[in-house]
Design a protein around this ligand. Structure first.
Ligand code: SF4
Ligand code: SF4
Length: 282
């Protein structure tokens, strides 16, 4: 269990607790202001990219202190966790509405509307979450060239998520002033700033999943399809054995490799069962 499970999940997986998606949490005015400020200003996110790059050049001690500070601050306001598809399905099972919207990261990194983000709510028809998002004054969310905010059924959302796995995108849940969870994103390392921050720049803003991927050498055909989709560089190919090997220290447990393996050679195991990485969350 990660530290959020202890703090916000009563020792269970924090992102599977319905109370963390509640309208009550969204009624907090400070939280509402944070959400508006976050989604209204892609240019602030662009500024963060520059700061990440600058931090790379800082002396090691400065970098260490600032990384710790940034990560600690983000844990309080906007932190994520990788979640595999079966648990996304569980979340869709208890939330009462799902909305699809444009991704603020992609707006910043590639300058176009990419609808990989989902707003979730415990209230019918999106409740206060959707009302708040609709109030946000940001072109990338509602026009003139954006499609706007779509309501989707659980089945439609799940079918989209399964498709994203084939594109190599990994699912992540996000807090908006922790522990309130309002969004689920589909991320890659090139365009998603949280993944860039965490994996490329080593400034953690999301936890690894509760799982670790494991491959069965007897089933692996050595096709390397899994290697092509792993966003975390956790899979290596052994030319001698003509099989892949997964490095548990690099694996984030997203399960995307599993979804593209036609030989069913990859499964997800509980992180807790593997002592080497049982407490490796960042
Ligand atoms: S996709 Fe499956 S069969 Fe292909 S290399 Fe990966 S584990 Fe082996
Ligand atoms: S090896 Fe780990 S990090 Fe890479 S795709 Fe598979 S589950 Fe995700």
């Amino acid at each position: 269990m990660c530290e959020f499970c202890h703090k916000h999940g009563e020792g269970k997986k924090w992102y599977l607790q319905a109370k963390n998606y509640s309208e009550d949490l969204l009624s907090d005015l400070k939280r509402r202001e944070f959400i508006k400020g976050f989604l209204e200003a892609p240019e602030k996110i662009a500024g963060a990219v520059k700061k990440m790059e600058d931090l790379e050049k800082a002396p090691a001690i400065v970098r260490k202190v600032l990384t710790w500070r940034i990560s600690s601050k983000m844990k309080k306001v906007h932190f994520g966790q990788v979640v595999p598809i079966e648990e996304i399905e569980q979340i869709f099972g208890f939330v009462t509405s799902i909305s699809r919207l444009a991704c603020i990261c992609r707006q910043t990194t590639i300058g176009s509307e990419q609808r990989y983000c989902y707003g979730i709510s415990m209230a019918p028809k999106g409740g206060a979450m959707l009302q708040l998002v609709r109030e946000i004054d940001a072109n990338y969310l509602k026009g003139p060239n954006a499609i706007g905010i779509e309501s989707v059924t659980k089945e439609e959302a799940l079918a989209k998520f399964r498709g994203y796995e084939q594109e190599g995108l990994c699912h992540t849940v996000w807090t908006f002033v922790t522990p309130f969870i309002m969004g689920i994103c589909n991320c890659d390392r090139s365009d998603c700033l949280a993944m860039r921050m965490t994996v490329t720049h080593k400034i953690p803003v999301m936890f690894r999943a509760e799982y670790i991927a494991s491959s069965d050498p007897d089933l692996c055909a050595g096709c390397r399809d899994c290697m092509r989709v792993c966003q975390f560089g956790a899979i290596a190919y052994s030319a001698g054995q003509e099989k892949i090997k997964i490095d548990p220290r690099r694996c984030y447990g997203c399960g995307i490799c599993r979804s593209v393996c036609l030989h069913e050679a990859i499964s997800l195991k509980d992180r807790a069962a593997m002592p080497l990485v049982a407490n490796l969350w960042l």
